[in-house]
Design a binder for this molecule. Sequence first.
Ligand code: GLC
Length: 732
Amino acid sequence: MTQGDFRDPTLPCETRVELLLSQMTLAEKVGQMCQYVAVTAPESFGNADEDPGYTLSLAEQAELIRSGRVGSFLKVPSPEFANQLQTIAVSSRLGIPLLIATDAIHGHAMDLEASTVFPSPIGLAASFDPELLHDVAAATARELRATGFHWTFSPNVDVVRDPRWGRTGETFGEDPLLVGELGAAMVRGYQGDALSEPHNVLACTKHLVGGGVAENGLNGAPADVSERTLREVLLPPFERTVEAGVLTAMPAHNEVNGVPCHSDHSLLTDFLRGTCGFNGFVVSDWNDIARLHTTHRVAATRREADRLAVEAGIDMHMHGAGFFENVTALVETGELSSERIDRAVRAILLAKFRLGLFEQRFGDAAAAREIVLSPAHRELALTAARKSIVLLKNQPETLPLRGAKRILLTGPRADDQSLLGDWSREQPEENIVTLLRGLQRFTAAPSELEYVACTNCSDAEIAAAQAAATRADIVVLAVGENSLRNQRQRTSGENLDRASLELPGRQLELALALAATGTPLVVALVNGAPIASACFEAAAAIVELWEPGIYGGTAFAEILFGITNPSGKLPITIPRSVGHIRSYAAERASARHRSRFHAVQGEPWFPFGHGLSYTRFVYHSLRTTNVPSLARLLANDAVTIEVDLENCGAQAGEEVVLLYLSDDYASVTRPQRELVAFRRVAFAAGERKTVSFELEAKAFSLLDARFQRVVEPGTFTFSLGAQHLTSRIELR
Ligand code: GLC
């Protein structure tokens, strides 16, 4: 019998768990497996298109807490509300603290009146800078804990191969290596070194698995994928986040190959716990256990749905009625074992002890005033915006703007909060620098900058913009999507997928009208999911801002005027059109080897890894300096590759070195080029550097026809991003 008091902070967390567990009733144990929504009014849920189907009054929430029948809340409307819930929890029989969870996926942007909103994940990914993402996650964690929040449903490590998916902006794009490395960096940023600091939070690796390859790009639609795609592309980022120590996981809404993720034991237990060694807890997604009954129809009753989900490996139910009663009854009838319940509750309690919640469960308003939107966090948001912006096209003499020019700024995205992206509430105007405000800081109106509002692209607005364009030396057109969560006029985001990659509404018409004036056109894109527009041809320059966060306008203006050198690279391919899906970098050789599209170009507008700079990076050489035998490589030696490159321009800049590998001949087909390493490197003007990579056996391995991971002897060719340097090695 374990001795001691679970309240004793000097005891090991695992001991405290056992001491507490031994005192808990079945009802209190199952209560820990229940999470509820705290907001009491459905319209404030933020899932504007999602019927919550279940809300609790504050009195009902208090009763659940006092009786020990809830372990966590999400959609908690404020830090004060969180503290109120925790105060009630203190008075419950065992006083177990509540986990307060939220979707802080690019800052603590859903629950506070004001906070630091960083670029959306797709924009953060364009930096190819894991340390930046670590720092963004760490800053977000500090703002969460200071306000009494302990758990974020982030990172989203879905690999996206269908950019119609409205949630693409929440992801790190199409490449499993990039997605996994950036997801792992955010896990480390959120959780620190094993939750050892009072400003760490729980991270959550999601959505396991396949949302980014669902049919028609529709959120929650079936994902019908081959075993090879699952194992080579979709699952590795989850393995990588578990390696980084992630302590919670969330299944995907969708089914995979006929099995709903929420009832898939092979996924949630065999893969996640068996293969990956995950030792945290799994929380269901929104109403998705109920959907096993209502939508997927693999459970004839709600009770059966709850049993299937818990048996499959779900430890906590996110939201909705009935779970507590059903699971308690299932244990009493022996249809669910008490050992299974104890395993779930142990993981949940261990997280609470490791977070230190029994000692410090409340937010601290004084600390929050210092931490939220601190100067350091604001500076980080600006740095992240600078690094995330991708210069896609730049005809000579267009950007940067030099010398006094009469600039016309117009377009629906020029002066609104769409630059915040999804999973953010609107922020106080004084905390945001829109594109207009950014340009105003660098120009004198009206001699240098004229702004013509064009929020709805009405006939009158288009006419006014066109007239103004004839007076200007250059037009900056801000167009794109609006995925801001609570706005009814959203065009993208969760549960808003796209049947086209073209600019929504009359934005294309506006762009072409402006181009027709003959004044050079700079297209500034604000969007989460890729846009492929017919106006690209006419544009003299195209700047992809993604959803750059609160300081997007500052970063954009700095790039426009050459103060900041653009350095972002595309984390996802921009196809020629929706008819070209799927287009992605790691295609097989046969993807385009014979046929072609009739009458249209087949190549993407802009490929994965593309991004221009104002300076010129010259790659001088690519060479291998250590090539061990195959036996030594398998015995943990490594192949060393060196790249010599130089900044031959007059402006400092940062380059992302992308190292690709081609397996020249293999027993199964392989991607023509597979990203095996990347590194972001800063250069002064004229500086030359050697960048070195060490590649171990895994980089050269493949899953053979029987899905055994092997390294086959033979030749391999290294290559670089847009460069034509190659280096071949032979492994014998
Ligand atoms: C949503 C999303 C998930 C999110 C959850 C809670 O439906 O699929 O990513 O964390 O609900 O808001």
